[in-house]
Design a protein around this ligand. Structure first.
Ligand code: ADP
Length: 472
């Protein structure tokens, strides 16, 4: 059973239940009010007759004779039936409109008359009419001598109750119908986003397309929030899925060349190069270099894949001046005699970050600077604090980057044509450096001139700066 049908049935069922309860309560209230109003009228009438009897009888005479003189009661009997009964229940006078048919008296009422108690009850006459009777004790000279019974046909009340029943029945049925239609419509409106969610989920499954989103034009209610949550979940899944696809593509793209080289050298060794010490050493060297390159590349690819999947950094205060000094020493070793590495201005600076990652960032920049600078050139490292930022620059006097290449150098696998032949890089170094900078809330900027050199500036938030003093 669909939720829509279930909701409609529940809604209508509950309404039917409460309508039924309410109608029953109202009906019995109206019925008892009408009946008690009638009883009051009948009792009043009986009281009038009793007053007349009491005014026409002298208590002393009644005591002496034991007889009660009865007045004519027909003046009261325009719309009521009246009968006067003795204490034993035998009628002694009937109003004319009764045409000598006595009002039936149940046995229990006879007892009540004898003990002088009033009573209201309903009787069925022989002509199938239902009469309401009020029996009021007739007390003369402090003695219950009988009762005055006033009756009226219940037809009027029964007719009124029949009309009320019909109105309740038809009105209730109509209300239920309206509620069922309204409930179904409401359930459909409310559940429409759920259908949209289902359709989108089906489309995603059929087309294997995670870029689909659920249209969310609705209000920001429970379902609106569900749609938003599912959409952001889809976005996250899409990112992860793309990262995974990218990793697979990158790995197969990047590992092919080194693997071919290794395979080629192994073939060479098999074909006899192993016998020649010089060739063997060359082949082993090439295999070793390629294996090392592959290891670096796989590490870089894994890091980027983790970055894509939303890797979070373990951030702690890092003394950038100490870190830069370490990088400077390593750069000197890497440069050897070929290039002059210099340390320029060096402020003391603190950055909140992961020191291994920051070292990797700077080493990538230094590695590039050394790679793309011809022998005899110069690489300068500086560290400055400016307006809430810590600025680290890696400046070289190398080949520079052309304006066409400049906007693309931070893209993965992008390598300016001229540099391809020169270095063993694989086009991931700057992408990783940029990700590390951004993951620290910073940025890498570059200015360069072909033939003159490049300046890479890493901008990181100063951990000691007051919040709000940062200017970009
Ligand atoms: P690669 O492994 O090719 O060095 P990177 O991502 O580190 O990959 O750099 C991307 C490209 O940016 C390089 O191929 C090179 O063309 C250019 N590049 C990076 N740093 C420099 C630099 N200091 N001088 C000149 N060109 C550079």
């Amino acid at each position: 059973m669909s939720i829509r049908l279930k909701l409609t049935l529940w809604y209508t069922g509950l309404l039917a239940f409460s309508l039924l309860g309410f109608s029953a309560l109202l009906y019995s209230l109206i019925a008892s009010l009408l009946l008690s109003a009638m009883d009051d009228r009948l009792a009043g009438q009986a009281q009038d007759v009793i007053s007349l009897i009491q005014s026409e009888n002298d208590p002393a005479a009644v005591l002496l004779s034991g007889r009660v003189r009865l007045p004519s009661i027909d003046v009261f009997a325009s719309q009521y039936y009246i009968q006067i009964v003795q204490a034993d229940g035998r009628p002694v006078q009937l109003s004319e409109n009764l045409h000598n048919r006595e009002l039936p008296i149940p046995a229990s009422v006879v007892q009540e008359i004898a003990s002088g108690r009033a009573r209201a009850y309903t009787v069925q006459t022989s002509s199938d009419a239902r009469l309401r009777v009020v029996s009021v004790p007739l007390v003369v000279a402090r003695r219950p001598v009988g009762a005055v019974q006033v009756a009226q046909n219940l037809a009027a009340i029964e007719d009124a109750l029949r009309v009320i029943r019909a109105v309740m029945l038809f009105g209730g049925a109509f209300a239920l119908l309206l509620a069922a239609i309204g409930g179904a419509f409401l359930a459909r409106t409310v559940l429409r986003p759920v259908e949209a969610i289902t359709r989108t989920a089906e489309r995603i499954t059929l087309a294997e397309d995670l870029s689909q989103r659920i249209p969310s034009a609705g209000p920001n209610d429970e379902l609106g929030r569900l749609v938003k949550t599912i959409n952001s979940m889809l976005a996250r899944l899409e990112t992860l899925f793309q990262a995974q696809q990218r990793l697979v593509a990158d790995v197969s793209h990047d590992l092919r060349t080194p693997l071919t080289t290794i395979q080629g050298n192994v073939d060479l060794l098999r074909r006899g190069a192993a016998d020649d010490p010089e060739m063997r050493a060359q082949a082993l060297q090439a295999i070793g270099d390629e294996a090392a390159r592959m290891r670096r590349m796989v590490n870089d690819l894994l890091l980027l894949a983790q970055a894509d999947a939303g890797l979070k950094l373990q951030r702690q205060p890092v003394e950038m001046d100490t870190l830069l000094l370490e990088v400077y020493r390593q750069a000197q070793v890497m440069a050897g005699d070929r290039i002059n590495v210099r340390l320029g201005a060096e402020d003391q600076a603190l950055v909140l970050g992961e020191s291994d990652r920051l070292r990797q960032l700077l080493l990538n920049l230094v590695d590039n600077a050394l790679k793309y600078t011809p022998a005899g050139g110069q690489v300068t490292l500086t560290l400055r604090r400016r307006a809430g930022w810590v600025l680290v620059t890696v400046e070289d006097t190398g080949i520079g980057i052309s304006p066409e290449d400049l906007p693309h150098i931070f893209e993965r696998h992008y390598r300016a044509d001229r540099s391809r032949s020169r270095s063993g890089g694989h086009g991931l170094g700057l992408a990783i450096a940029q990700w590390i900078a951004q993951a620290h809330g910073g940025q890498i900027e570059v200015t360069s001139e072909v033939g003159k050199g490049s300046i890479f500036t890493v901008r990181l938030p100063d951990a000691t700066a007051e919040p709000g003093v940062k200017h970009s």
